[in-house]
Write a protein that binds this ligand. Structure first.
Ligand SMILES: Nc1ncnc2c1ncn2[C@@H]1O[C@H](COP(=O)(O)OP(=O)(O)O)[C@@H](O)[C@H]1O
Ligand SMILES: CC(C)(COP(=O)(O)O)[C@@H](O)C(=O)NCCC(=O)O
Ligand SMILES: [K+]
Length: 257
């Protein structure tokens, strides 16, 4: 089994691939205070739950946008599975180009999303990742990242709204029945869910005006499942997109060895 690990600012998403297929996928909270031993315990506990023994892990690949814990998680993997994980950078055979001012600045999660788009979907593609931040990546016909838009994520904007006001309280992030809210909860749900969906629709149009028509609109990340169904554009929701990209690079790297 190959472990794919995406370290985001809120969650670490872990997937196990066996013969090209995803066997399991799970997430744990990102916690900068944990030591390698604690991550080793946590990860081995999860694998135990899915009946995967450390010795059945042949390799691993990590994408991380939290540099403080990348090496801690890598040490944990060495400890309980005895494997040296690959770290996703543009030094690996990603198959995608990066046409931005400073290519090394591109977040590893965005790179993995673009890799998955090129490996698995028709191009050009617009890749939406709704995690801690919402990111939209333009991938052209050749599979080159042409640039990104980054905005506050759905949940951190809701937190900011609640924390910055006296009368607004947290809400369940469900879609309301109408855009014109008739009470505070409905009004906030309208703004949070339909607002995010409309923002994506508008950004897709702006991206297409610069990139040309996209053959793929694909979305992933913790908030995408609640927002994307309300977009006017038809956007595919693929919760494992980043892991699929990581697995593709893992396979390419090993094929090249
Ligand atoms: N059902 C949900 N209700 C509320 N918040 C959620 C839900 N699912 C995910 N989130 C939020 O989604 C965001 C995390 O998404 P994720 O894709 O794991 O982020 P990251 O990759 O940045 O770690 C967080 O802000 C988290 O609080
Ligand atoms: C934009 C991000 C903070 C998103 O992080 P996430 O929501 O996945 O936790 C991350 O991709 C990042 O730190 N990127 C570096 C800057 C860039 O990609 O241009
Ligand atoms: K920061």
């Amino acid at each position: 089994m190959v472990l794919t690990i995406d370290i985001g600012n809120t969650n670490i998403v872990l997937g196990g691939y066996e013969n090209g297929a995803l066997g399991f996928c799970t997430r744990i909270s990102t916690d900068k205070s944990l030591e390698a031993d604690q991550y080793a315990l946590e990860l081995s506990g999860i694998l135990n739950l899915y009946k995967v023994a450390g010795e059945n892990i042949e390799g691993a690949i990590i994408s991380s946008v939290v540099p403080q814990i990348t090496d801690t998680v890598a040490r944990a993997l060495r400890m309980f599975a005895g494997v040296e994980p690959l770290k996703l950078t543009q030094e690996l055979p990603t198959g995608v180009g990066v046409n931005i001012d400073t290519p090394s600045e591109l977040g590893a999660d965005l790179l993995a999303g673009a890799i998955a788009a090129k490996a698995l979907y028709p191009l050009p593609a617009i890749v939406i990742d709704m995690g801690t931040a919402t990111k939209i990546t333009a991938v052209d016909e050749q599979g080159t990242v042409q640039g990104v838009s980054i905005m506050p994520g759905v949940f951190i904007s809701l937190d900011a709204l609640v924390n910055g006001t006296s009368l607004l309280k947290g809400i369940a992030t469900n879609a309301p029945v109408r855009a014109i809210g008739k009470n505070t909860v409905e009004s906030m749900q309208s703004g949070v869910v339909f607002g995010a969906a409309s923002m994506l629709d508008g950004m897709v149009e702006r991206f297409e005006a610069e990139l040309g028509p996209a053959k793929t609109l694909v979305a992933t990340g913790g908030a995408a499942g609640i927002v994307v169904p309300h977009c006017r554009h038809s956007v595919q929701y693929v919760p494992t997109l980043i892991l699929d990209g990581l697995y593709a690079v893992y396979c390419r790297t090993h094929a090249a060895l």
